[in-house]
Design a protein around this ligand. Structure first.
Ligand code: HEC
Ligand code: HEC
Ligand code: HEC
Ligand code: HEC
Length: 194
């Protein structure tokens, strides 16, 4: 009786082992085929599976550039991008980074090869009209509030067309902390002697 059961158990174990081996064999060719087709560089299959959703465009004013500075390519087209972190001495000397400085450099935000555009952390290039998407990568809470009109400024119709101010209309991207406002002097009453 005892022996009989042991035999059944062994038989069952053998069947399971065969099935497992079969499954592994069935998968193996698929894996090798994939690798040979790919070569050294893995394809960005995620791009096809999860395409970048078309970002919603918000109606914004034109970016607040200093007159004459845009298009940046006017100067940068012929220039070799210099990716070295350094103090600029020839141009843009008025820009002093005070925005998590030490961890950040110009080309984290500005595209290295297309200076007329910014780029996101995934490398996607965006226009200056969409700079809120750049800011939104790190300030997600503010971006979410901005979209629904809680942070920043949104004007227009309650249930119709709206206009949004860009983050950079209020915050200097290079030194974004809001400067404290100087308090106004207290009112002077007519009878006060000063
Ligand atoms: C946090 C991201 C970020 C970093 C870092 C950054 N910038 Fe900018 N910069 C911006 C954005 C966004 C604008 C666009 C503002 C606008 O829409 O007018 C801008 C605007 C500019 C302009 C146009 C300024 C003007 O007067 O109109 C220049 C030039 C510039 N950046 C150069 C630089 C240089 C040089 C560095 C590095 C020392 C740098 N930026 C670092 C985001 C950044
Ligand atoms: C008048 C010409 C001119 C214009 C217009 C100009 N740049 Fe530049 N830019 C320069 C020069 C020159 C340098 C190199 C400065 C140095 O090395 O000291 C430079 C350097 C930079 C750098 C540092 C990285 C690198 O490749 O050297 C960034 C980032 C940059 N510019 C962004 C911009 C952006 C963004 C704009 C447009 C909003 C812009 N520039 C418009 C001339 C210009
Ligand atoms: C890569 C991440 C990153 C991006 C992109 C970024 N920021 Fe920031 N930002 C930071 C960090 C980190 C700090 C905190 C820096 C500090 O305390 O010195 C900061 C600080 C700030 C502050 C000051 C908050 C305070 O303490 O008062 C403002 C305002 C701000 N960012 C706005 C912006 C705007 C506008 C943009 C888009 C042009 C932007 N940021 C893009 C990371 C980012
Ligand atoms: C209409 C002007 C305006 C616009 C547009 C705007 N902000 Fe602000 N933001 C402010 C003011 C004002 C403060 C408050 C400063 C303070 O409390 O000292 C602030 C504060 C912040 C702070 C600091 C908050 C903190 O906790 O200290 C961050 C970060 C910030 N804004 C990011 C953004 C981003 C990102 C956008 C765009 C998506 C944006 N802002 C658009 C005016 C604006």
């Amino acid at each position: 009786m005892q022996r009989e059961r042991l035999r059944y158990l062994r038989l069952a174990a053998a069947v399971i082992a065969c099935l497992a081996a079969g499954a592994a064999w069935a998968q193996a060719p698929a894996r090798t085929k994939d690798q040979s087709a790919v070569g050294a560089l893995p394809p960005a299959r995620g791009d096809k599976l999860f395409p970048e959703p078309a970002a919603r465009q918000y109606p914004v004013p034109s970016p607040p550039f200093t007159p004459g500075i845009f298009p940046c390519s006017e100067c940068h087209k012929g220039m070799k991008p210099n990716t070295k972190r350094r103090v600029l001495t020839e141009e843009h000397t008025n820009i002093v980074l005070n925005h998590a400085q030490g961890e950040r450099w110009c080309l984290d935000c500005h595209d290295t090869y297309d200076r007329d555009r910014l780029h996101l952390v995934n490398g996607q290039r965006i226009r200056f009209e969409e700079s809120y998407r750049l800011c939104g990568q790190c300030h997600g809470d503010k971006y979410r509030d901005w979209k629904v009109g809680v942070h920043g400024k949104r004007t227009g119709m309650w249930n119709g067309e709206k206009q949004y101010l860009l983050c950079v209309n209020c915050h200097n991207p290079h030194d974004p902390r809001f400067k404290p406002l100087k308090p106004m002097p207290p009112p002077v009453r007519p009878g006060d002697i000063r």
